[in-house]
Design a protein around this ligand. Structure first.
Ligand code: ACO
Length: 323
Protein backbone atom coordinates (compact mmCIF):
# COMPACT_ATOMS: atom_id res chain seq x y z
CA UNK A 1 0.00 0.00 0.00
CA UNK A 2 1.32 3.42 -0.97
CA UNK A 3 0.12 6.54 0.85
CA UNK A 4 0.65 10.22 0.10
CA UNK A 5 2.18 11.88 3.12
CA UNK A 6 2.39 15.60 3.71
CA UNK A 7 6.14 16.27 3.80
CA UNK A 8 5.91 20.06 4.13
CA UNK A 9 3.44 22.94 4.18
CA UNK A 10 3.67 26.62 3.27
CA UNK A 11 1.41 29.61 2.92
CA UNK A 12 1.41 33.23 1.88
CA UNK A 13 -0.81 36.25 2.45
CA UNK A 14 -0.33 39.52 0.55
CA UNK A 15 1.01 42.39 2.61
CA UNK A 16 -1.94 44.76 2.36
CA UNK A 17 -4.60 44.29 5.05
CA UNK A 18 -8.17 45.55 4.80
CA UNK A 19 -9.98 45.55 8.16
CA UNK A 20 -13.73 45.57 8.70
CA UNK A 21 -13.43 49.21 9.77
CA UNK A 22 -11.66 49.99 6.46
CA UNK A 23 -14.64 48.49 4.60
CA UNK A 24 -17.11 50.49 6.68
CA UNK A 25 -15.54 53.65 5.22
CA UNK A 26 -16.95 52.93 1.75
CA UNK A 27 -19.91 50.57 2.24
CA UNK A 28 -22.80 50.49 4.72
CA UNK A 29 -21.47 47.86 7.12
CA UNK A 30 -19.72 47.56 10.48
CA UNK A 31 -17.09 45.50 12.27
CA UNK A 32 -19.83 44.26 14.63
CA UNK A 33 -22.05 42.99 11.80
CA UNK A 34 -19.27 41.27 9.89
CA UNK A 35 -17.63 39.71 12.97
CA UNK A 36 -20.93 38.48 14.44
CA UNK A 37 -22.19 36.93 11.20
CA UNK A 38 -18.93 35.54 9.85
CA UNK A 39 -16.09 35.70 12.39
CA UNK A 40 -14.04 37.73 9.89
CA UNK A 41 -12.00 40.68 11.23
CA UNK A 42 -9.71 41.42 8.31
CA UNK A 43 -8.60 40.15 4.90
CA UNK A 44 -5.49 40.55 2.74
CA UNK A 45 -5.59 42.12 -0.71
CA UNK A 46 -3.04 41.43 -3.45
CA UNK A 47 -1.13 44.52 -4.62
CA UNK A 48 -1.51 45.84 -8.14
CA UNK A 49 0.61 43.61 -10.35
CA UNK A 50 0.59 40.79 -7.79
CA UNK A 51 -1.12 37.74 -9.26
CA UNK A 52 -2.44 34.36 -8.13
CA UNK A 53 0.76 32.70 -9.42
CA UNK A 54 2.84 35.06 -7.23
CA UNK A 55 0.88 34.03 -4.13
CA UNK A 56 1.20 30.39 -5.21
CA UNK A 57 4.94 30.86 -5.73
CA UNK A 58 5.63 32.18 -2.22
CA UNK A 59 3.50 29.46 -0.57
CA UNK A 60 5.19 26.78 -2.70
CA UNK A 61 8.73 27.91 -1.93
CA UNK A 62 7.91 27.68 1.79
CA UNK A 63 6.33 24.22 1.41
CA UNK A 64 9.28 22.89 -0.63
CA UNK A 65 11.69 24.26 1.96
CA UNK A 66 9.75 22.69 4.84
CA UNK A 67 9.69 19.36 2.99
CA UNK A 68 13.37 19.54 2.05
CA UNK A 69 12.38 18.90 -1.56
CA UNK A 70 14.03 20.44 -4.61
CA UNK A 71 11.57 21.73 -7.22
CA UNK A 72 13.43 19.69 -9.84
CA UNK A 73 12.34 16.50 -8.06
CA UNK A 74 8.61 17.19 -8.44
CA UNK A 75 6.67 14.75 -10.67
CA UNK A 76 3.48 16.79 -10.76
CA UNK A 77 2.02 20.18 -9.81
CA UNK A 78 -1.72 20.60 -9.21
CA UNK A 79 -3.11 24.05 -8.45
CA UNK A 80 -6.64 24.56 -7.17
CA UNK A 81 -7.80 28.00 -8.26
CA UNK A 82 -10.86 29.75 -9.57
CA UNK A 83 -8.97 33.02 -10.14
CA UNK A 84 -6.13 31.99 -12.50
CA UNK A 85 -3.71 34.69 -13.74
CA UNK A 86 -4.76 33.95 -17.32
CA UNK A 87 -7.27 31.69 -19.01
CA UNK A 88 -4.25 29.81 -20.28
CA UNK A 89 -1.53 28.80 -19.68
CA UNK A 90 -2.72 27.36 -16.39
CA UNK A 91 -1.46 28.88 -13.15
CA UNK A 92 0.24 25.53 -12.49
CA UNK A 93 2.34 25.96 -15.66
CA UNK A 94 3.29 29.52 -14.71
CA UNK A 95 4.22 28.29 -11.24
CA UNK A 96 6.21 25.34 -12.59
CA UNK A 97 8.43 27.64 -14.64
CA UNK A 98 8.92 30.08 -11.76
CA UNK A 99 10.01 27.48 -9.20
CA UNK A 100 12.25 25.78 -11.77
CA UNK A 101 10.46 22.45 -11.92
CA UNK A 102 10.76 22.15 -15.69
CA UNK A 103 9.41 19.01 -17.32
CA UNK A 104 6.87 17.65 -14.86
CA UNK A 105 3.12 17.69 -15.52
CA UNK A 106 1.25 20.75 -14.27
CA UNK A 107 -2.44 21.63 -14.36
CA UNK A 108 -5.17 23.58 -12.57
CA UNK A 109 -8.33 22.27 -10.95
CA UNK A 110 -11.32 24.60 -10.69
CA UNK A 111 -13.74 23.59 -7.96
CA UNK A 112 -14.23 27.06 -6.42
CA UNK A 113 -13.73 26.92 -2.64
CA UNK A 114 -13.26 23.14 -2.73
CA UNK A 115 -10.33 23.59 -5.11
CA UNK A 116 -7.64 22.49 -2.66
CA UNK A 117 -9.54 19.37 -1.53
CA UNK A 118 -10.14 18.45 -5.19
CA UNK A 119 -6.47 19.11 -6.10
CA UNK A 120 -5.26 17.11 -3.09
CA UNK A 121 -7.54 14.23 -4.09
CA UNK A 122 -6.19 14.19 -7.65
CA UNK A 123 -2.60 14.28 -6.40
CA UNK A 124 -3.32 11.48 -3.90
CA UNK A 125 -4.66 9.27 -6.72
CA UNK A 126 -1.47 9.84 -8.75
CA UNK A 127 0.70 8.83 -5.80
CA UNK A 128 -1.43 5.84 -4.77
CA UNK A 129 -1.37 4.49 -8.35
CA UNK A 130 2.41 4.81 -8.49
CA UNK A 131 2.24 7.41 -11.31
CA UNK A 132 3.97 10.06 -9.18
CA UNK A 133 6.17 10.08 -6.08
CA UNK A 134 6.53 13.76 -5.22
CA UNK A 135 3.71 16.22 -5.88
CA UNK A 136 3.18 19.91 -5.15
CA UNK A 137 -0.46 20.75 -4.37
CA UNK A 138 -1.46 24.40 -4.12
CA UNK A 139 -4.62 26.38 -3.39
CA UNK A 140 -4.17 30.00 -4.50
CA UNK A 141 -6.62 32.81 -5.17
CA UNK A 142 -7.01 36.51 -5.76
CA UNK A 143 -10.74 36.53 -5.09
CA UNK A 144 -10.74 40.28 -4.38
CA UNK A 145 -10.21 40.79 -8.13
CA UNK A 146 -13.67 39.45 -8.83
CA UNK A 147 -15.65 41.25 -6.15
CA UNK A 148 -18.30 43.89 -6.61
CA UNK A 149 -17.07 46.36 -3.99
CA UNK A 150 -20.49 48.03 -3.88
CA UNK A 151 -22.23 44.79 -2.82
CA UNK A 152 -21.88 44.58 0.97
CA UNK A 153 -23.42 41.10 1.06
CA UNK A 154 -20.42 39.58 -0.77
CA UNK A 155 -17.43 41.93 -0.70
CA UNK A 156 -16.94 41.68 3.08
CA UNK A 157 -16.49 37.92 2.92
CA UNK A 158 -13.50 37.28 0.68
CA UNK A 159 -9.74 37.80 0.65
CA UNK A 160 -6.57 36.80 -1.22
CA UNK A 161 -4.11 34.11 -0.15
CA UNK A 162 -2.42 30.83 -0.94
CA UNK A 163 -1.31 27.63 0.73
CA UNK A 164 0.70 24.66 -0.50
CA UNK A 165 1.72 21.17 0.51
CA UNK A 166 4.37 18.80 -0.81
CA UNK A 167 3.13 15.21 -0.90
CA UNK A 168 5.57 12.30 -0.93
CA UNK A 169 4.92 8.62 -1.45
CA UNK A 170 5.15 6.78 1.88
CA UNK A 171 4.72 3.11 2.72
CA UNK A 172 3.57 3.68 6.30
CA UNK A 173 0.83 6.29 6.43
CA UNK A 174 -0.53 9.57 5.03
CA UNK A 175 -3.84 10.43 3.38
CA UNK A 176 -6.31 7.70 4.43
CA UNK A 177 -9.30 8.66 2.31
CA UNK A 178 -10.67 11.47 0.15
CA UNK A 179 -14.28 12.23 -0.72
CA UNK A 180 -15.53 14.59 -3.44
CA UNK A 181 -19.04 15.65 -4.43
CA UNK A 182 -20.74 18.18 -6.71
CA UNK A 183 -24.22 19.41 -7.52
CA UNK A 184 -24.31 21.52 -10.67
CA UNK A 185 -28.04 22.18 -10.23
CA UNK A 186 -27.48 25.00 -7.72
CA UNK A 187 -25.31 27.12 -9.99
CA UNK A 188 -27.07 30.43 -9.45
CA UNK A 189 -26.79 30.42 -5.65
CA UNK A 190 -23.05 31.10 -5.89
CA UNK A 191 -21.42 32.04 -9.18
CA UNK A 192 -19.74 34.45 -11.51
CA UNK A 193 -22.15 35.09 -14.39
CA UNK A 194 -19.73 35.93 -17.23
CA UNK A 195 -16.92 34.12 -19.04
CA UNK A 196 -15.12 33.41 -22.30
CA UNK A 197 -17.87 31.34 -23.86
CA UNK A 198 -20.91 33.11 -22.34
CA UNK A 199 -19.29 36.49 -23.02
CA UNK A 200 -18.43 39.51 -20.89
CA UNK A 201 -20.34 42.76 -20.25
CA UNK A 202 -18.07 45.58 -21.41
CA UNK A 203 -20.39 48.26 -19.96
CA UNK A 204 -20.26 46.89 -16.42
CA UNK A 205 -17.42 47.38 -13.92
CA UNK A 206 -14.79 44.65 -14.31
CA UNK A 207 -16.58 43.56 -17.54
CA UNK A 208 -19.29 41.93 -15.41
CA UNK A 209 -16.90 39.66 -13.49
CA UNK A 210 -18.24 39.38 -9.93
CA UNK A 211 -19.23 36.96 -7.21
CA UNK A 212 -23.00 36.62 -6.93
CA UNK A 213 -24.29 34.77 -3.88
CA UNK A 214 -27.53 34.03 -2.08
CA UNK A 215 -25.77 33.87 1.28
CA UNK A 216 -28.42 32.33 3.52
CA UNK A 217 -29.21 29.57 0.98
CA UNK A 218 -25.50 28.79 0.54
CA UNK A 219 -25.16 28.68 4.31
CA UNK A 220 -27.85 26.00 4.64
CA UNK A 221 -26.50 23.88 1.79
CA UNK A 222 -22.95 24.16 3.12
CA UNK A 223 -23.85 22.98 6.64
CA UNK A 224 -25.87 20.04 5.29
CA UNK A 225 -23.28 18.95 2.72
CA UNK A 226 -20.42 19.20 5.21
CA UNK A 227 -22.36 17.19 7.80
CA UNK A 228 -22.90 14.41 5.30
CA UNK A 229 -19.34 14.33 3.94
CA UNK A 230 -17.91 14.26 7.48
CA UNK A 231 -20.23 11.35 8.28
CA UNK A 232 -19.19 9.58 5.05
CA UNK A 233 -15.50 10.03 5.89
CA UNK A 234 -15.87 8.59 9.40
CA UNK A 235 -17.86 5.63 8.08
CA UNK A 236 -15.40 4.89 5.28
CA UNK A 237 -12.60 4.64 7.83
CA UNK A 238 -14.55 2.83 10.55
CA UNK A 239 -13.97 5.74 12.91
CA UNK A 240 -15.97 7.27 15.71
CA UNK A 241 -16.31 11.08 15.63
CA UNK A 242 -14.24 11.31 18.80
CA UNK A 243 -11.23 9.73 17.07
CA UNK A 244 -10.38 12.88 15.08
CA UNK A 245 -7.60 14.97 16.62
CA UNK A 246 -7.99 18.10 14.49
CA UNK A 247 -10.64 19.57 12.22
CA UNK A 248 -9.19 21.89 9.56
CA UNK A 249 -12.23 23.30 7.80
CA UNK A 250 -12.68 25.62 4.85
CA UNK A 251 -12.43 29.11 6.32
CA UNK A 252 -15.58 30.78 4.97
CA UNK A 253 -17.69 31.51 8.00
CA UNK A 254 -17.14 30.80 11.70
CA UNK A 255 -20.78 29.80 12.11
CA UNK A 256 -20.47 27.09 9.42
CA UNK A 257 -17.25 25.89 11.07
CA UNK A 258 -18.94 25.74 14.48
CA UNK A 259 -21.84 23.74 13.03
CA UNK A 260 -19.44 21.09 11.67
CA UNK A 261 -17.49 21.02 14.95
CA UNK A 262 -20.75 20.45 16.82
CA UNK A 263 -21.61 17.57 14.52
CA UNK A 264 -18.25 16.02 15.41
CA UNK A 265 -18.78 16.81 19.11
CA UNK A 266 -15.45 18.56 18.88
CA UNK A 267 -14.42 21.39 21.23
CA UNK A 268 -13.39 24.52 19.32
CA UNK A 269 -9.83 24.28 20.67
CA UNK A 270 -9.32 21.29 18.36
CA UNK A 271 -10.62 23.19 15.33
CA UNK A 272 -8.23 25.37 13.37
CA UNK A 273 -9.77 28.80 12.80
CA UNK A 274 -7.97 31.42 10.71
CA UNK A 275 -10.98 33.01 8.99
CA UNK A 276 -10.73 36.02 11.34
CA UNK A 277 -7.36 36.92 9.81
CA UNK A 278 -7.96 36.39 6.09
CA UNK A 279 -11.66 35.92 5.33
CA UNK A 280 -12.68 33.41 2.70
CA UNK A 281 -9.68 32.80 0.44
CA UNK A 282 -11.52 30.04 -1.47
CA UNK A 283 -8.99 27.36 -2.54
CA UNK A 284 -6.33 29.03 -0.38
CA UNK A 285 -8.24 28.58 2.85
CA UNK A 286 -7.66 24.95 3.85
CA UNK A 287 -3.89 24.89 3.13
CA UNK A 288 -3.51 28.29 4.83
CA UNK A 289 -5.16 26.91 7.97
CA UNK A 290 -3.17 23.66 7.71
CA UNK A 291 0.12 25.54 7.48
CA UNK A 292 -0.83 27.66 10.50
CA UNK A 293 -1.74 24.49 12.42
CA UNK A 294 1.59 22.83 11.57
CA UNK A 295 3.83 25.84 12.12
CA UNK A 296 2.19 26.75 15.43
CA UNK A 297 3.00 23.21 16.61
CA UNK A 298 -0.62 22.28 17.17
CA UNK A 299 -0.85 19.48 14.59
CA UNK A 300 1.72 16.81 15.44
CA UNK A 301 3.03 13.85 13.47
CA UNK A 302 0.84 10.80 13.95
CA UNK A 303 -2.37 12.74 14.64
CA UNK A 304 -5.62 12.24 12.71
CA UNK A 305 -6.60 15.35 10.77
CA UNK A 306 -9.86 15.96 8.92
CA UNK A 307 -9.92 18.56 6.13
CA UNK A 308 -13.19 19.67 4.52
CA UNK A 309 -14.51 22.33 2.14
CA UNK A 310 -17.64 23.54 0.38
CA UNK A 311 -17.88 25.95 -2.53
CA UNK A 312 -19.50 27.18 -5.71
CA UNK A 313 -20.64 24.55 -8.17
CA UNK A 314 -21.75 23.38 -5.67
CA UNK A 315 -18.69 21.34 -4.84
CA UNK A 316 -17.71 19.82 -1.51
CA UNK A 317 -15.33 17.26 -0.15
CA UNK A 318 -13.05 16.03 2.60
CA UNK A 319 -9.73 14.36 3.22
CA UNK A 320 -8.76 12.34 6.26
CA UNK A 321 -5.05 11.98 6.92
CA UNK A 322 -2.58 10.83 9.50
CA UNK A 323 -0.17 13.73 9.59
N1 ACO B 1 -23.18 44.67 6.62
C1 ACO B 1 -24.35 44.98 7.21
N2 ACO B 1 -25.52 44.40 6.85
C2 ACO B 1 -25.50 43.49 5.86
C3 ACO B 1 -24.30 43.13 5.22
C4 ACO B 1 -23.10 43.77 5.64
N3 ACO B 1 -21.92 43.47 5.10
N4 ACO B 1 -24.57 42.20 4.29
C5 ACO B 1 -25.89 41.96 4.35
N5 ACO B 1 -26.46 42.75 5.30
C6 ACO B 1 -27.86 42.82 5.69
C7 ACO B 1 -28.79 42.36 4.62
O1 ACO B 1 -29.05 43.37 3.70
C8 ACO B 1 -30.00 41.93 5.41
O2 ACO B 1 -30.74 43.08 5.70
P1 ACO B 1 -32.35 43.05 5.66
O3 ACO B 1 -32.74 42.03 6.67
O4 ACO B 1 -32.69 44.45 6.01
O5 ACO B 1 -32.69 42.66 4.25
C9 ACO B 1 -29.43 41.42 6.72
O6 ACO B 1 -28.08 41.92 6.78
C10 ACO B 1 -29.43 39.91 6.86
O7 ACO B 1 -28.94 39.32 5.66
P2 ACO B 1 -28.79 37.77 5.50
O8 ACO B 1 -28.19 37.51 4.17
O9 ACO B 1 -30.06 37.07 5.82
O10 ACO B 1 -27.73 37.47 6.66
P3 ACO B 1 -27.13 36.10 7.10
O11 ACO B 1 -27.30 35.92 8.54
O12 ACO B 1 -27.52 34.97 6.21
O13 ACO B 1 -25.58 36.37 6.88
C11 ACO B 1 -23.88 35.77 5.32
C12 ACO B 1 -25.09 36.63 5.60
C13 ACO B 1 -22.78 36.17 6.29
C14 ACO B 1 -23.43 36.00 3.89
C15 ACO B 1 -24.25 34.29 5.57
O14 ACO B 1 -25.42 33.99 4.90
C16 ACO B 1 -23.17 33.37 5.10
O15 ACO B 1 -22.06 33.37 5.58
N6 ACO B 1 -23.53 32.49 4.14
C17 ACO B 1 -22.61 31.53 3.65
C18 ACO B 1 -21.80 32.16 2.65
C19 ACO B 1 -20.52 31.47 2.59
O16 ACO B 1 -19.94 31.09 3.58
N7 ACO B 1 -20.12 31.31 1.42
C20 ACO B 1 -18.94 30.74 1.21
C21 ACO B 1 -19.09 29.25 1.21
S1 ACO B 1 -18.85 28.75 -0.33
C22 ACO B 1 -17.50 29.49 -0.72
O17 ACO B 1 -16.61 29.48 0.06
C23 ACO B 1 -17.45 30.20 -2.02
Amino acid sequence: QIYSRIAGTGSYLPEKVLTNDDLAKFIDTSDEWIAARTGIRERHVAAEGEFTSDLAYHASVRALEAAGVDAKDLDLIVVGTTTPDLIFPSTACLLQHRIGAGGCAAFDVNAACSGFIYALTVADKFIRSGAAKTVLVVGAETLTRMLDWSDRSTCVLFGDGAGAVVLKADTETGILSTHMHADGGKKELLWNPVGVSVGFKPDEPNAGVKVLMTGNEVFKHAVKALDSVVEETLEANGLDRHDIDWLIPHQANLRIIEATAKRLDMPMDRVIVTVDKHGNTSSGSVPLALDEAVRSGRVQRGQLVLLEAFGGGFTWGSALLRY
